[in-house]
Design a protein. Structure first.
Length: 584
């Protein structure tokens, strides 16, 4: 039997400040390795985990056995349910590529409007949000960049548009994986029954929808400057408003995992309906030709999901040449209506399955044994500073109701609808694991790191230190999430690292823990566009590897402006001006 461990917030000389120096070492290690040394994310995660284990044992006197068990629970949670969602969601996407229906989907979007500015909204914002909803983890950027190139966008422009668009939907990406993670790591950090996936999702759904209204306007500004905003603001505003309303309604009243799927489809439908009645007075030809100097550098185009380390998934040789030919063609090929319906079928299947699974009677039944099993992690015995067992030592294994399991069901039905042979579907599933091998190690390492930080007391120490900032911390909370995503490239990882810290700081300063936890995720989405991982994905996708700095300069200003907007919003939500927006 392993020795019981009780968390101590100030293990070094009874000083929180001195203890915080040691508690910050694992995070500083991660930041330096990723942000300064540009080390691979999976390796940086493993090294940082090693530092966290050393600090836990040597400084916080956590028994080595307990520290290793804590890491093992975190790694297990990283795979199930987190990676279980991502892997199976990307498999469904890969099935559409294998069947050729992904190209059908792209052509159907191209036919909606020949206007480049509107195509940026449809492809990067609406369809990118749908990809984020299903897969996340770099997939939307890798895929939409290729689609934009095929539509005639310049490489740098396509990269900037894809990165900026991949903001508002990120918090609910991969079937709300960041929110699920946030709910798990914060549930035992404070005695607040509201710290659940549902309530945190509802709070985020009262922040990011406001951001969503602005993003399409930013996209058309990037594509065509002030003229673009002046001429296409109706469609940009409709796309943003309907997406924001869809996010709010879905996250608060329907289903947190389905939030982005619903919002993306509602927004796309609204844009299509508007374009049947309204068109811009002028549609300047902004497409590039084969002689474009940027395009000639794009010798390789990545057309598949990318992992957390910023490594592209499936690379297709000479795709740039094909892209140029498609851009120069008079118009997209017209597919049979039944093939277009099949192209959209996977997303309709997913919505149907998750809608049924979220019906109250079904959800209640699936939450009980034998479909869901809750057990204490074997041998892990950790008490909080209050002397009570941490709730995080209990592991929930909902093998059937898990979003990843439901995605497998959706994948099987997708294979049937798209007429994919079982052997091809199985091979696609195996390739998905190979493509994501580094992402798997990265996520498991970061979640193991988060569990060690939380269960050894290192997070509690940092929370006590941040509490000295008082009410000012409410403004800084979004920045903390932004830093986390900018470094790790993942809102899920940032929530795992800082979610408990936000909640503990809120408890120590008298701020609302639900608001600060949500701010970590909402602020974090704005760091996605400048993370080294996402920049590498975008650069690889447009054939400009090594010019990540050029892309960074295109998007960093927008990242900072939108972050300031989020900081002000969260601050106002902590005051009587907007505190009515916080769930009670």
């Amino acid at each position: 039997m392993f020795e019981q461990f009780t968390i101590v917030t100030d293990p070094v000389g009874g000083s929180v400040a001195v203890s915080a120096v040691f508690a910050s070492l694992p995070l500083l290690t991660l930041f330096v390795l990723l942000g300064v040394l540009r080390m691979r994310a999976w390796l940086a995660g493993l090294i940082s985990l090693g530092v966290a284990l050393i600090v836990a044992v040597a400084v916080y006197a956590m028994p080595a056995g307990q520290a290793l068990l804590s890491a093992s629970e975190g790694a297990a949670f990283g795979f199930f349910p987190i990676l279980w969602i991502v892997i199976n969601a990307i498999w469904v996407y890969n099935l559409t590529v294998v069947s050729g229906h992904f190209d059908v989907l792209r052509r159907s979007m191209e036919r909606i409007s020949p206007d480049t500015r509107i195509q940026a909204i449809i492809v990067a914002f609406c369809f990118g949000a749908l990809l984020e909803a299903l897969a996340g983890f770099g997939t939307p950027v890798a895929v939409t960049v290729v689609m934009l190139m095929a539509l005639g966008f310049r490489p740098l422009q396509a990269a900037a548009v894809a990165l900026i668009a991949n903001t508002a939907p990120v918090a609910f990406g991969a079937l709300a994986t960041p929110i699920v993670t946030l709910g798990t790591v914060t549930s035992g950090a404070a005695a607040d029954p509201r710290l659940t996936t549902e309530t945190l999702g509802a709070m985020v759904g009262r922040q990011t929808p406001i951001l969503a209204v602005v993003v399409p306007l930013v996209l058309v500004a990037v594509v065509d400057g002030r003229r673009g905003v002046r001429q296409t603001w109706p469609v940009a505003l409709v796309a943003g408003l309907t997406f924001g309303v869809g996010q709010f309604v879905a996250s608060n009243f329907v289903s947190v995992p389905l939030t982005d799927i619903i919002a993306a489809l509602v927004s796309a439908a609204a844009v299509v309906l508007l374009l049947r009645k309204w068109r811009p007075a002028e549609s300047p030809d902004l497409h590039t030709g084969a002689a474009d100097p940027e395009r000639t550098e794009a010798g390789r185009v990545t057309a598949g999901p990318a992992d957390e380390a910023g490594e592209p998934g499936t690379t297709r040789e000479a795709a740039a040449a094909g892209t140029t030919r498609e851009a120069a063609a008079p118009g997209p090929a017209r597919d049979a209506p039944v093939e277009v319906l099949r192209a959209y079928a996977p997303y309709l299947i997913i919505i149907a399955i998750f809608s049924v699974a979220n019906l109250a009677p079904v959800k209640k039944a699936l939450a009980a044994e034998p479909w869901t099993v809750i057990f204490a992690w074997p041998g892990l015995d950790v008490l909080g500073a209050n002397g009570k067992p941490l709730s995080s030592v209990n592991f929930t294994f909902g093998w059937l109701p898990a979003a990843g399991t439901l995605m497998i069901v959706a994948g099987i039905l997708t294979a049937v609808v798209l007429r994919i042979r079982p052997g091809a579907a199985v091979r696609a599933y195996g390739r998905t694991y190979v493509e994501l091998r580094h992402a798997i190690v990265t996520v498991m390492a970061v979640l193991a790191l988060a569990y060690v930080l939380n269960q050894s007391g290192q997070t509690a120490t940092l929370g006590a230190l941040f509490a000295t900032a008082g009410g000012v911390f409410v403004f800084l909370s979004s920045i903390l999430g932004w830093i986390g995503v900018a470094v790790t490239g993942s809102d899920t990882s940032a929530n795992a690292l800082f979610g408990a810290l936000q909640v503990q700081t809120a408890a120590n300063t008298g701020l609302d823990p639900v608001l600060l936890a949500a701010a970590n995720s909402s602020g974090g989405v704005l760091g996605k566009m400048i993370s080294p991982q996402n920049l590498a994905i975008a650069a690889s996708a447009v054939g400009m590897a090594g010019r990540e700095g050029d892309i960074f300069r295109r998007v960093v200003g927008w990242s900072l402006v939108l972050l300031l907007f989020m900081c002000v919003l969260v601050t106002l939500q902590a005051t009587p001006v907007l505190d009515w927006m916080v769930p009670r």
